[in-house]
Design a protein around this ligand. Sequence first.
Ligand SMILES: [Zn+2]
Length: 211
Amino acid sequence: MRRARRYIVRVRPDGTVRVTIPRGGSSAEAARFLHRHSAWIASERARVHAASVTPAWTDGATMMLRGELVTMEVGVDTRGRRVVRYGERTVFLNGADDLRVGIEADLRALARDELGRRLHAFAADHGLRISGLTIRNQRSRWGSCSRAGRIALNYRLVQMPPPVRDYVLLHELMHLKEQNHSRRFWRLVEAACPDFRLAERWLRRHGPGLL
Ligand SMILES: [Zn+2]
């Protein structure tokens, strides 16, 4: 690209890699540039891949937690209990429970704690009152807000990058002021969360992989 000043590498959502060659650059130099960044490219491709496919739910497979890729590691503790670790979380598996059952239950507990605290902090910042919070396992939506002021949140929000999670929380909170998706509503969202378009794009691209 004539206007580019340096080599730039980008991993696209489909996992392909694109490298920009600056004016005066060469494909040989681009190849060396890619080689130097191969570790970053590999981890970025793994992240993109994990975000767009459902986890395999097997020992050693990766999943997303707060936007980071973490590995599920199955083991046995000193008392002979089956345990799975992912990120900083440790989950004891009951009897025949598979990884998915154990981890999803744990994500739900994590969501109640983490999303609840975040939501109440945001509500306080904006002078809003929530009449109740429900953590749900929804296949088609990230959150909802009833006329009575009850907010429901999908527990998978804890898997998203924090700025995307925050956008969903703020979106639902703004519905306490405006129960629709009018222009007025989106102006409230933009004031509360100026980067909401980036978050919406992330949700469209990667959200389905989490469901
Ligand atoms: Zn909405």
